[in-house]
Design a protein around this ligand. Structure first.
Ligand SMILES: [Zn+2]
Length: 215
């Protein structure tokens, strides 16, 4: 038996046998009753559908105007990408880079990775890069902070609305929808299930290869 067949309770560090959880089963730590696993049936399908929705929302959220401001008869429209460029041109390149990474690049990457991985698993396709992809997804998720940026937009809007005529654009609606999709996505994401599925597909492929060599 290898060490990978064990897991430690995150709460009390009790070492537990890693068992294959059945569908719809809830698992608690026998010592401290910590909820180790909630039933997340269809997590792979949910992830596939939600990430696909998210990918479509990415385009209007990033490209359509978040808001428009009327100053002296001139209407100025602000997109997320335009905001990043303005920050950069104003010399605030450090802020521009953080905003770009946290509100555009990392969310796009994490939704794209979630889509590619769940599509592979849903259609039972193994690829040796799935493991790296899932690890990368965990790392990126901590840096994708759409909600932080949304707070910034709201604060900016409230400040500006007292000074000028301000209208919210379609981009903001898309952005809020995207935020809801990504929150739902991460709450339905069952990483244990994903790892188990990858392992299963890997073993299946190895067995197939061994059988092939044996002939
Ligand atoms: Zn415990």
């Amino acid at each position: 038996m290898t060490i990978s067949n064990y897991l430690a309770c995150p709460e009390c560090d009790l070492l537990l046998r890693q068992v294959m959880f059945k569908k719809g089963e809830t698992a608690h730590c026998p010592r401290c009753h910590y909820l180790l696993r909630k039933p997340q049936n269809d997590s792979i399908l949910y992830t596939l559908v939600l990430s696909l929705t998210g990918l479509f929302l990415m385009i209007p959220a990033n490209m359509l105007p978040i808001m428009s401001i009327k100053v002296l008869g001139n209407t100025q429209e602000g997109t997320l990408w335009g905001g990043v460029l303005t920050l950069f041109n104003e010399g605030m390149w450090a802020v521009a880079i953080v905003v770009f990474l946290a509100s555009m690049l990392f969310p796009i990457l994490s939704i794209l990775l979630a889509f590619v991985i769940s599509a592979h698993l849903y259609f039972n396709r193994f690829h040796r890069y799935l493991m790296i992809g899932l690890r990368l997804l965990h790392a990126i998720e901590e840096w994708a902070m759409l909600e932080v940026y949304l707070m910034g937009i709201i604060v900016a809007c409230v400040k500006l609305s007292s000074m000028s005529e301000l209208k919210f654009g379609l981009g903001l609606s898309a952005f809020i929808l995207l935020l809801l999709v990504s929150v739902t996505l991460s709450s339905h994401f069952d990483s244990t299930l994903f790892w188990q599925k990858i392992e299963q597909l890997h073993l299946k492929k190895q067995r197939k290869q061994n059988a092939h060599h044996g002939q």
